[in-house]
Design a protein around this ligand. Structure first.
Ligand code: SAM
Length: 221
């Protein structure tokens, strides 16, 4: 298997291109110490999110699924002065760990953590909209609903990234589990929505074989 080399390449890339960042490292350590599951994005993936948000010129970012705030901190690194990030987390322990990490990073004023189930929180975000960039990374069966909300809360020309869409190849299994169904239904919605244009980038590395859907919302007509 090539799998061990995936991690070696992750480390090689990180050593060359991803300088140490005390706030990011501390967020991972705090998540580990609190017993949170080790399911944050990998460093090279976090940096990808940061670069995409910056390429997008994002000033307002929405994240669904905070965990311990690792991807949140990467996304916050993309924001210009005066930028704002809203992140949603249902689990009180995850939210508490993330809040502490945002405070440690000096970003409590920039990042607004909304604690609750995303489908309860999202309707209340209309006042914070429109967002320039949305990262969806929570419970996968709800992906179709999150995608619809992301479209509703984004500006024309906005970008949406949906995580974990390949699932070790299980995405091609029409009879897959509820997570696979959530991904497949979201991709079907994208395909059927004329305002959305998208592709999937498959990824390998320390998180195994997975991928991101990269989605762009059409400009205003
Ligand atoms: N984005 C994080 C990162 O890369 O650092 C990882 C997020 S983790 C994969 C998914 C998170 O979504 C978990 O912390 C989980 O508690 C949260 N979650 C699950 N269902 C949710 C829901 N209905 N509403 C909000 N958050 C939810």
């Amino acid at each position: 298997t090539e799998a061990p080399r995936w991690e070696a390449v992750d480390r090689y890339v990180a050593e060359r291109l991803i300088p140490p960042d005390a706030a990011l490292a501390a967020a991972l350590e705090a998540s580990h110490a609190a017993g949170l599951p080790p399911i944050a994005v990998a460093p090279n993936q976090g940096k990808l999110l940061m670069l995409l948000a910056r390429m997008q010129g994002a000033r307002r970012i929405l994240e669904i699924g905070t965990l311990g705030g690792y991807s949140t901190l990467w996304l916050a690194r993309a924001l210009p002065e005066g930028g704002r990030l809203v992140t949603i987390e249902a689990d009180p322990l995850h939210a508490a760990v993330a809040r502490a990490s945002f405070a440690r990073a000096g970003l409590s004023e920039v990042i607004s953590l909304q604690e609750g189930r995303a489908l309860d929180v999202l309707p209340g975000l209309v006042d914070e909209a429109p967002f320039d960039f949305v990262f969806i990374d929570a419970d996968k069966p709800s992906n179709p609903d999150y995608l619809a909300w992301a479209l509703k809360l984004s500006r024309p020309g906005g970008a949406i990234v949906l995580d974990n869409v390949v699932r070790s190849g299980a995405v091609v299994d029409a009879e897959g589990d509820a997570n696979v169904q959530g991904v497949r239904r979201a991709l079907d919605l994208i395909a059927a929505e004329p305002r959305l244009d998208a592709t999937v980038v498959q990824t390998v590395g320390e998180k195994g074989w997975d991928g991101f859907a990269l989605i762009r919302i059409a400009d205003a007509t």
